[in-house]
Design a protein around this ligand. Structure first.
Ligand code: SF4
Length: 189
């Protein structure tokens, strides 16, 4: 039987490997579709934040890429009719980006990673999600990584991070599958 430290090292190695595989899959998908990995991330972000008036500045901040680089990628996505720019309803001087029906079709097509996760047993999915959220929380608290707008770092979260989860703001008891990792209402604890 492996010692706890061996198990820790093995887990950390597998997480690194999954990150590498995820990046490689994104590259492969991008090459096959004639898009860059950054453009695929932009489409995914716009899909997850529809209705929030996401513009170039927000994308640059969230995806940790410079504004000129985001602008270039967005222009190509607009040229290929994956996104359109519309005046931001909250700020007439700015433009928000929206997925077109072509962009939406692209996002809902799914990835090999989605398919692999879908095959897990339901009980494994919940344990994995809780474990990964705990890893992300720890990295955020100890390593000054970018703010993770997840329940575990939110002042509205009340629970034990295992089987009890409640959102004080939404006044809702949450199942594991309902826990959020990118919540618009998040406020840092
Ligand atoms: S506000 Fe969002 S992140 Fe915070 S506890 Fe509620 S659901 Fe979770």
């Amino acid at each position: 039987m492996s010692s706890p430290s061996e198990l820790d090292a093995h887990l950390a190695q597998v997480l690194e490997r999954i990150g590498e595989v995820g990046r490689a899959l994104r590259w492969k998908q991008a090459v096959e579709e004639g898009l860059s990995p950054l453009q695929i991330r932009i489409l995914g972000f716009l899909a997850d934040h529809a209705g929030e008036g996401v513009g170039v500045a927000r994308l640059a901040e969230e995806l940790l890429v410079s504004k000129p680089t985001i602008s270039d990628s967005v222009k190509l996505l607009a040229d290929r009719k994956f996104v359109v720019r519309k005046p931001d309803k909250n700020d007439a001087r700015s433009h928000a980006l929206h997925l077109t029906s072509l962009g939406k079709r692209h996002v809902t097509a799914g990835t090999p990673m989605d398919a692999a996760v879908a095959e897990l047993l339901p009980e494994h999915k919940e344990v994995l999600l809780l474990g990964l959220m705990a890893v992300l929380e720890s990295l955020f608290r100890k390593e000054s990584v970018q703010m993770q707008r997840m329940c575990f770092t939110c002042k509205h979260y009340e629970g034990d991070r295992k089987g009890k989860h409640h959102c004080l703001l939404l006044e809702k008891t949450m199942q594991v599958a309902e826990l959020r990792t990118d919540c618009a209402e998040h406020e840092v604890a």
